[in-house]
Design a protein around this ligand. Structure first.
Ligand code: XMP
Length: 514
């Protein structure tokens, strides 16, 4: 494997992304959790040292385990990683004065042969790169030579071909460094990676590991109907068959026909033992009279854990809990700011549950990014419609029903939501949209239908584009689409007589209404 040592750069994950695109398997490890011994134990075939916000000239600043340079494997230092490398191998780094941010151009050093990771560069005489540094290398460590220089960084590209050590002052992993991919590809090739890491391979390997970990014991999996837990469940079932039992907690806050679809798909199509924990009475009862968004979330989160635990306790001999944890959740980020962050919404999570129940974890997706989970889902034959589903929040429709939640309102909301999604699918827009749903508003408004007066609920349509849910913009539907959808909802859904479109971006809004 290829090991990335993380010094806290904002773009460390991008290095991993680029390597995965080259079909090379890699792992990110924070520098502060590595020692010489751990590093040797990981037995990497190559190491990349990431960028980071600190200054190597500051006493006590992060270092790589010295063993990195004694393993005899190729090492590639990026930005802070370059400076750490120089510092630890006997070069010199100085602070300040020559900060470079953004676009820069690298000219080849005299006599540069374009070897190693720099092979194939400088086709146009220079390389455009993206810089972001305050410090810079001022003296090379013994054995290194300069390959390229920029105005602010005389040692922008350096190499010790003998030891296969390479380093750059810029960021090859970002799109603004067009030759970056070539450098990373050269690096993995010279480290002996053939680019044979595929999803089919991952699936076989994951199945082998699950069998090895679980043996003949039993596993419980909490199924939410979302992509991650579904892919995890199907994968584990392939590995250990009926030693797996899924528990699907139905809190009565799901979309139209959702519970039936999940139960049918897993129980009938995949033959996976599934407990449908229909606890809607319990949840809706507890939510009666509750209109504060945080109290709603906390109530649902607490009950969810109680219910899950109760059903899980009934599964005899279960020793493992399966979770659809993804790689971005696993990477322990190196935080330098350390300041407390404000809780905007308390996301519902089942962290802490495994210890409480004395269960060990099975997390077969721990090494994957979201789009890789989808690829694995396809590999496992999950239907495309299911794999491409929009995200759905843990507290479900509760947070799309501002004010008090009643069964009536939920019923109306479900129908309106189904019409909206149907419209989006019919117009071929589903995959362009990150998330779309209806919120039912806690107001009634006056209308006229036929010859009669109506006094019914208003609803808001919400559809956003986003990459990760952290920021979002409203989707620019045409007026025709909006008009047609409003007409359909008002005609087809009894209880709604007014339709609005939410055009708030995030920030300042959030995607959900609560
Ligand atoms: P917001 O509303 O915070 O939502 O802009 C960002 C994304 O997160 C989803 N979301 C949740 N997901 N539990 C979840 O599993 C929650 O409590 C929760 N709250 C919001 C939301 O649907 C959107 O995709």
């Amino acid at each position: 494997r290829l090991l990335i040592i993380d010094f806290g750069s904002q773009v460390t994950q991008l290095i991993a992304r680029r390597l995965r695109e080259l079909n090379v398997f890699c792992e990110i490890h924070p520098y502060n959790l590595l020692t010489d011994e751990i590093l040797r134990g990981l037995n990497p075939q190559a190491v990349i040292l990431s960028g980071g916000p600190d200054s190597v000239t500051r006493p006590g600043s992060p270092r790589a385990p010295q063993a990195v340079f004694e393993l005899g494997v190729p090492v590639f230092g990026i930005c802070y990683g370059q400076q750490v490398m120089m510092e630890q191998l006997g070069g010199k780094v100085e602070a300040g004065h020559h900060a470079e941010y953004g676009r820069a151009f690298i000219a080849p050093a005299e006599g540069h042969k374009g070897d190693g990771i720099f092979a194939g560069l400088f086709q146009t005489g220079r390389e455009e790169v993206w810089m972001s540094h305050g410090d810079r290398v001022t003296a090379l460590a013994p054995g290194f030579q300069v390959i390229g220089t920029s105005q602010g960084a005389p040692f922008a590209m350096i190499a010790d071909e003998g030891r296969r050590f390479y380093a750059v002052q810029f960021h090859p992993e970002v799109h603004h460094t067009p030759g970056g991919r070539q450098m990373l590809e050269n690096f993995v090739r010279l480290a002996g990676f053939t680019g044979d890491w595929t999803m089919a391979g991952y699936r076989d390997e994951a199945i082998r590991k699950i069998r090895e970990q679980v043996g003949d014991r039993r596993v419980i999996c909490g199924l939410s109907g979302g992509v991650d837990s579904s892919v995890a469940a199907v994968l584990i079932h392939e590995a250990i068959g009926d030693q797996l039992t899924c528990v699907f907690v139905d809190h009565g806050l799901l979309r139209l026909n959702e519970a039936e679809e999940v139960v049918t798909m897993f129980r009938d199509t995949y033959n996976i033992p599934l407990i449908h924990a229909d606890e809607s009475e319990l949840f809706l009862g507890a939510l009666e009279g509750v209109s504060d968004p945080e109290v709603k979330r906390k109530t649902i989160g607490r009950l969810f854990i109680d219910v899950f635990q109760r059903y899980a306790n009934g599964i005899e001999g279960a020793e493992f809990l399966a979770q659809g944890t993804l790689y971005p959740d696993v990477i322990e980020s190196v935080s330098f700011s350390g300041g407390p962050s404000v809780t905007i919404k308390s996301h519902h999570n089942v962290g802490g549950l495994p210890e409480k129940m004395g269960l060990k974890l099975v997390e077969p997706l721990r090494e994957l990014f979201k789009d890789e989970v989808r690829a694995l889902g396809r590999e496992l034959g999950l239907p495309e419609k299911f794999i491409g589903r929009h995200p759905f929040p843990g507290p479900g429709l509760a947070i799309r029903c501002p004010g008090e939640i009643t069964r009536d309102k939920l019923e109306i909301l479900r129908k309106a939501d189904a019409v909206f999604i149907d419209q989006i699918r019919k117009h071929g827009l589903y995959d362009e949209i990150w998330q779309a749903f209806v919120a039912i508003l806690p107001v009634r408004t006056v209308g006229v239908m036929g010859d009669g007066r109506t006094y019914d609920y208003a609803c808001a349509l919400r559809a956003v584009t986003s990459v990760d849910g952290m920021t979002a913009d409203y989707y620019p539907f045409t007026h025709d689409f909006l008009g047609e959808t409003a007409t359909r909802i008002i005609n087809e859904v009894k209880g709604i007589n007014r339709c609005t479109y939410d055009i708030t971006s995030k920030p300042p809004g959030t995607i959900e209404w609560e």
